[in-house]
Design a protein around this ligand. Sequence first.
Ligand code: ZN
Ligand code: ZN
Ligand code: FE
Length: 746
Amino acid sequence: MESKNIYIQGIVQGVGFRPFVYQKAHQFHLKGFVANTSKGVWISIDGTSDNIQAFIQMIQNDMPEHARIYSIREENTHPTGKNDFSIIDSNQSNNRLASIPPDIATCKNCLTEMNDPDNHRYQYPFINCTHCGPRFTITNDLPFDRSNTSMASFQLCDVCSLEYSNPMDRRFHAQAVACPVCGPSLELVCNNKVIQSANPLEIAIQLLKKGKILAIKGLGGFHLAVDACNDTAVLRLRKLKNRPDKPFAIMSSTIETIQQFALMDDIEINSLTSYQCPIVILKQKHPNALSQSISNPKNIGVMLPCTPLHHLLTNQFLALVMTSGNISEQPIISTNQKSLEILDYADAHLLHNRSIVNPCDDSVVRVIANKPRLIRRSRGYIPAPIDLKKNLPSVLSLGGHLKNTICLANNHHAYLSQYLGDLSNMDTIQWMQQTIDQMIRITGIQPECVACDMHPEYQSSKMAETMSLPINRVQHHHAHIASCLAENGIVAPVIGIVLDGTGYGIDQTIWGGEVLFCENHSFKRIAHLETVLMPGGESAIKFPWKMALSWIVNGFGDNAIDIFNSIQQKIDSDSIKMVKQAIDKQIHSPLTSSIGRLFDAVSSMIIGQVSISYEGQAAIDLENIACDTDHHYQYYFTGKDMTMIHVQPMIREIVTDILSNVKPEMISGKFHTTLIHLFTDLCHHLQSTIDLKHIVLSGGVFQNERLFSGLRRKLMENGFRVSVHSQVPCNDGGLSLGQAYLTNRA
Ligand code: ZN
Ligand code: ZN
Ligand code: FE
């Protein structure tokens, strides 16, 4: 006879781990108990040595689908003195490691029950079990027990209670277990009046069928929904939400329904059906029955239903538009009251009485080069950590300014927060502050230092200064590369290519087309795009024609205005004159080496955009029209220690092509091919000074599928080793991870 304590850390709570341990303990005739602790799971057992060893093996090899073990430690102990094996109440502890699982999409068993007219939970919108349902979004604190979630206020009925306490039931210790008798319920509010009905869901569906706009409380927050086939409804939503162009995501009930309007390969189907249930960017099939006002004709963001409620709603439609319920760039709305106040233009609000504790936007995935790549890492992925190859101190990093996330890390784990968004508004800043507190509580990581961007005006940088901790200020593009190193477990020196929008450079110019030699915690800028002026500073981002003019002035000097007028007729001469003056006199026009801004300029030259209404729009438009071509434009490099990339020849050729009526599709294709050739050539060129074959790609511009997969492939064909993002966004959503990764022990 032997007695052992076994301590397991990882995602082991809320995923059916204790019931699994219970069943295995019985199988091996072990006595003792299992308990959740704030650190993870604690098992104490008596049994024969062989059985105990077999049991420990089985636990690691056979664990529940959504569980993840980070560490397992065993020690000899005194006999428990128990006559059986049981699950005992969780105890509190001060030392904790986040073990709250991410939210899990409705499982097959629950769906079967929900669709069975004889089942107690027939059509119940909150059905869940040990293997699925809300987790992170409803949890206040560790351990993951009902009393620490927003289910605490729902008293279990006899039926649920029996299931909860029966080790052989599939709801054994399912913390969010609920049924129509004891669990959350729906409520429909129209014109500030609660609609009295036994079936508010049915009325909601009827309203959607009539083309109405509904605010719907989901898992991580509210969506605004309309019938995706109703063009009038979609356009009305665009108008009321003040979102003229940015694509809407849609939700469709099954892979078969999605097949009616989109193309999918197996990897995309796997992403759609994964338990994280993200939005996946797919290629549209044409013709299709969807409103053409949802997205651009090429792509569409689609997700499957992530909760029973969404299953019940979507199975009546080909698809529903499901866009975040928020005011543009502000945090997603997560309370009934705010929905009624702020989304007051919705025709009805479908509410429920289970509160959302940790709001989370939908995550976004795009499959590029045969792998799912996260563009927005939020619901379904948070708070699962990124595993690191390097030991970090306890550090809090505050990210960038747009697409903000924060990160808490120590030892080998980095916990990124959900997507928080744009720190230009007070509500997001407040949400960020709450998230920092919440993440500290659930990870138990007390930061001993803080990391932020070098930009002195970023809200996140200013916040770092108020924290009375040592500050590590990290250059924006260095952080981009480091985030890619972190998720790939790279510690060796690399050459990093960062193609980005804008980030604060160490020479007071705005960087964004950078090649960095990165070693240990430092970097050296070894090449960059030649700089041009960004007339009006930030305003040039909103008005891409200003960047077009800047590049044309740079290339054509005195003829610039004539050339500009010959390719862009939508801008009045006074505005052109004013911007030209700002460029000539360098008034309020910082220098930039940004590739994102080069995309804006080229897009505006070819397509003629005057202004954009969402980040990256000009670049996305440019990518969407690009045809396949091997032809490219000219460029050259100068300099030795610092290589300068000159694309002036390309700009001149583009202007020539436009004036000789070459198709925009071809010009865009040639532009993309040029960048792919250029950066591959550059990597060869740099080998004369730095003999290093390992290239890392990062920065928001790599959301461009053609550039990302084209450059990656070309570099590999040329004998380079290439590391890229998959788990963490290449855009500014990954900055916090990079900042943490570059922070040393104080
Ligand atoms: Zn389930
Ligand atoms: Zn019940
Ligand atoms: Fe960036």
